[in-house]
Design a binder for this molecule. Structure first.
Ligand code: SME
Length: 160
């Protein structure tokens, strides 16, 4: 069996629809959270343009701890309220940041990152962790990206 996803859509709505259906196919029926995060990070990283880091921080006893990712080695532990990921964890709100250097307390794991979107992963009122996507491009993530990534996070929350 090969997992050869070539998702190349003309518009973002179609791109995210195809990405969501590929992700669903990959994770459905698999109960292992690490396997699902690993495959999700690989699929998203391969599919989206202009991204340099895609991965997960898990809520481990009220602290964010690095999970499966694609990109350069990253900071391992992030406190709630710290940086963009910590803000998403604390507020449980999507953080879509046009210029990370202007974000108070931003943690620069990879100096190539200029914009970022972080989506909280919530199931039954419990914060499981966050999905973090970084880009070297300023203002890489639009409202359409946000809607698409939120859809991915809903699929993921069910299988983590
Ligand atoms: N930039 C993030 C830290 C995580 S790394 O980018 C992988 C932040 O400020 O939350």
């Amino acid at each position: 069996m090969t997992y050869d996803f070539k998702i190349a859509a003309a518009d973002k709505a179609t791109l995210y629809r195809d990405l969501a259906s590929a992700l669903k196919g990959l994770v459905t029926g698999e109960p292992d959270a690490v396997a699902n995060m690993a495959n999700a990070a690989a699929l998203i990283y391969e599919t989206l343009d202009d991204v340099n880091w895609v991965g997960f921080y898990r809520n481990v006893g009220g602290e964010l701890v690095l999970g499966p990712f694609q990109g350069r080695a990253a900071c391992i532990r992030i406190q709630f309220g710290e940086g963009v990921c910590g803000a998403a964890a604390q507020t449980r709100q999507v953080q879509r940041i046009k210029d990370v250097h202007a974000f108070p307390g931003h943690i620069a794991c990879d100096s190539a990152s200029n914009s970022e979107i972080v989506v909280p992963l919530i199931r039954d009122g419990e914060l499981l962790g966050v999905l973090d996507i970084d880009s070297p491009k300023h203002a890489r993530f639009t409202e359409e990206d946000e809607a698409g990534v939120v859809r991915l996070s809903e699929i993921l929350s069910g299988v983590l």
